[in-house]
Design a protein around this ligand. Structure first.
Ligand SMILES: Nc1ncnc2c1ncn2[C@@H]1O[C@H](COP(=O)(O)OP(=O)(O)OP(=O)(O)O)[C@@H](O)[C@H]1O
Length: 250
């Protein structure tokens, strides 16, 4: 389990005292600048601050980098793309911390090929791909690094706005795969701007405003009142056949 212990970066986030739990998909919601990326970077051990962050009871700074890379994967919001690589070579980078491309890693890649639409991308140079295609490869790379089927030390998958440049079909596929990975025992945390998708797929929703965690819990904690307070948008909750969606009124 990943635990924030009064973790704070003044002016950016916190203090936050709670955690990302194994077996659960946590969706971070909040307006621009509310602290989602800062919290994910703190969870990855890429941003230090006051208080601390522990993984399986051990402070992140006590892990060797190589060991941390076997425990957690992080996909940031802004990545430097290795433009000269081919798609498969990019995926192979995800397997580096766990011993390289083995037969099991190839099977894990095969499992991701259909849901993430990778089949036409393996041989192509990254620079020749669209933004969404590049993003799907980067998501797959992070998933391979901590796929429980190839890495028994994997604990945590962190993705900062992974859906931002994806079409609707691939947004849904990625969320389904993230759900599956969480069901295999990973703690998965993802920042996302689509409140309806977060409520549909998230086991837990964390809502941030100006660096503070203002709501946390199952989808029931997200209400029209909260959305107006946090995002300044009036919504109505529509319900049909057991499904709910927030519809903006403004
Ligand atoms: N490198 C930095 N140095 C100083 N302040 C920063 C830095 N990066 C972000 N901030 C500030 O920290 C706060 C939280 O930013 P953060 O990027 O975590 O928000 P976010 O919720 O991820 O936003 P977005 O939805 O726009 O990606 C903001 O006020 C931002 O201006």
């Amino acid at each position: 389990m990943l635990v924030f212990e009064r973790f704070a970066v003044p002016g950016r986030i916190g203090p936050v005292s709670c955690g990302f739990q194994p077996g659960r998909l946590t969706c971070l919601l909040g307006p621009n600048g509310s602290g989602k990326s800062s919290l994910l970077a703190g969870a990855a051990g890429l941003l230090s601050g006051e208080g601390g962050v522990s993984l399986d009871g051990r402070r992140l700074e006590r892990y060797e980098l190589a060991e941390l890379a076997r425990r957690r994967a992080m996909l940031g919001q802004q990545q430097t793309m290795p433009l000269g690589l081919r798609g498969f070579e990019l995926l192979a980078l995800g397997a580096e911390p766990i011993g390289g491309v083995t037969e099991a890693v190839c099977l894990a890649i095969a499992d991701l090929t259909e849901p993430l639409g990778l089949s036409g991308l393996f041989e192509r140079t990254v620079s020749s791909l669209s933004g969404g295609e590049q993003q799907r490869l980067m998501i797959a790379k992070a998933m391979i690094q901590v796929s429980p089927s190839v890495n028994d030390q994997a604990r945590l998958l962190l993705l900062d706005e992974p859906l931002a440049s994806l079409d609707w079909q691939h947004q849904l596929s990625v969320l389904r795969v993230l759900q599956q990975l969480s069901r295999q025992g990973l703690a998965v945390a993802v920042s996302i701007h689509d409140i309806n998708l977060a409520c549909h797929y998230g086991d837990e929703l964390w809502c941030l405003k100006q660096g503070q965690l203002v709501a946390r819990g199952g989808p029931e904690v997200i209400t029209s009142v909260l959305i107006e307070q946090v995002f300044g948008v009036r919504t109505r909750l529509l319900e049909q056949d057991g499904s709910q969606v927030f519809m903006p009124l403004d």
